[in-house]
Each structure stands twice: as C-alpha cells, then as structure tokens.
Design a protein around this ligand. Structure first.
Ligand code: FE2
Ligand code: FE2
Length: 254
C-alpha cells in the first residue's frame, strides 16, 4: 500500500519534471505562469457560479436562455484553463479553492439585475482585454486556448453593454446604491487585469508568458469603460484612468 502510494507520487513528480522540461520552463517561469493561470481559472469558475445565479434571477425567458448559454461558454473556458494546467503540470484545484475563500471576490455577488449586467459588461470585457495579451503567449497551449476563448468574451462584453445601456434607462444614475454598484464592479474588473508595474507583471511580459502589461491592458479597459459611462450619462465618473492608472503606472520607470 505504502509502496503503491510512493510509486504514485514519484511518477507524478516525474511527469511534472518531464512536462516542465518539454516546455523548457524554469521553476521561476512556472511560478509566474501558475499565478496567471490561477487568477484566470478562478474567475472562469466563479463566472460559472455567478451566471447560474443570473439564470435564476432572469425574469424573461430569452434572458434565461441567453445566460444558460453564457454558463455553457464559461464552462468551456474553465475547461480550457484545465487543459493548460494539465499540459504544464500545474495543480490548479487547491490553488483555485484557496482563492475562492479569499476576499474580495473576483466577481462581486449578484444581489440585483444591475449586478448581473455590470459584471457582464465590465468583467467579461476586462477578460477579453486580458486574453488579447495571451494569444501570442510563448506557452503554445495557453495561446491556443486564449485564441479559442477570446471571441466569446468580446461578445459577452458587447452584449452586456447593450443590455446595461437599455436597463439603465429605468434607473436613477445618481442613486448612491447604483453608483456604489458601478464602483464595485469596475474595481473588480480592474483587479482582474492585474497590478500595473508590479514585479510579477513585468516578469510575465519579460518571459513572454503574455505580451501586454497590466498597464496597457488597464488603459484599454479604462477607455472602453469611459465610453460606456458616457452612454449612461455618467461622464462625471470619467476618466477612469485617473483612478485605476495613476500617472506613475503609465510612465516607464527611469
Ligand atoms: Fe469566460
Ligand atoms: Fe465571459
């Protein structure tokens, strides 16, 4: 029994080492990739949970049908992350579970229909911008998976925006609860992009694990979200770059 267990452990370690060798990843690279993939897979998994809730919350049959489709797509995205994990020898499950227990949640809880639409607009679109930096990753399997998912996330963000703009006509945009929900989801979307100018982010780009820095990605996101806020007659909240991309983050360090 003990021998069987030991042999199982030893073969698992050999497989990881072989895969790492095959991909020519150093321990450091594998560490940076693990953080990126954990953050990605965690949000896909949480997205499945949240959008299942959206199916329950939807009042119109066409909205229920639409969010059922979104759940299926997020499940496909999560499986894509598991493919990357399997090929790189990363054990994702415990890492995702640990992140699930941490605050704040990567996607705010859905209390209202506005929460659903804010997530679908801003967090899915942020996911699209993150994937743009992964389609040319030096990790071929990750580049392939990102290429497969990117159109879905672009569509989610676009569809979310259309639904949000329509729904917002019924709301008072100055209501403190509405403004708080907006800040909550915008903040979560900005966090999912990463920390501009952090050491880990710079290393991920230097190692070509991704091709766009968090600062560049956040800049794209802020411009997108500014456009939406203007359509919601909330110009007063723009430009978001002032909040999420302070000057120091956009200027290269000397
Ligand atoms: Fe997704
Ligand atoms: Fe999505």
């Amino acid at each position: 029994m003990v021998e069987h267990f030991l042999w199982h452990r030893i073969s698992a370690i050999i497989v990881v080492l072989l895969l790492r060798d095959m991909l020519k990843l150093s321990g450091f690279e594998l560490g940076v990739l693990t953080k990126m993939l954990t953050s990605h897979a965690y949000r896909e998994k949480l997205g499945i949970e949240r959008f299942r809730q959206a199916v329950d919350m939807a009042t119109l049959p066409r909205e229920k049908a639409y969010f059922r489709l979104v759940v299926e797509e997020e499940e496909t995205h999560f499986r894509g992350c598991l493919e990357v994990a399997a090929e790189t020898g990363i054990h994702l499950e415990e890492l995702i579970n640990a992140r699930m227990r941490k605050e704040p949640p990567g996607i705010p809880p859905f209390h209202t229909w506005l929460d659903v639409l804010l997530t679908h607009t801003f967090i899915d679109q942020a996911g699209y911008f993150v994937l743009q930096g992964l389609t040319q990753s030096s990790i071929d399997i990750y580049a392939n998976v990102a290429t497969r998912l990117i159109e879905d996330e672009q569509f989610h963000g676009m569809k979310g925006s259309v639904m949000l703009i329509e729904y917002f006509k019924k709301l008072d945009g100055r209501d403190p609860g509405t403004v708080a929900a907006l800040h909550n989801h915008l903040g979560a979307a900005a966090r999912c992009i990463g920390k501009p100018n952090s050491h880990g982010d710079a290393e991920a780009v230097r190692l070509h694990l991704k091709t766009r820095s968090a600062a560049e990605t956040l800049n794209d996101f802020c411009q997108f979200a500014d456009g939406i806020l203007k359509k919601l007659s909330l110009e007063n909240l723009t430009p978001l770059a002032k909040k999420y991309l302070p000057q120091s983050a956009t200027q290269p360090h000397s």
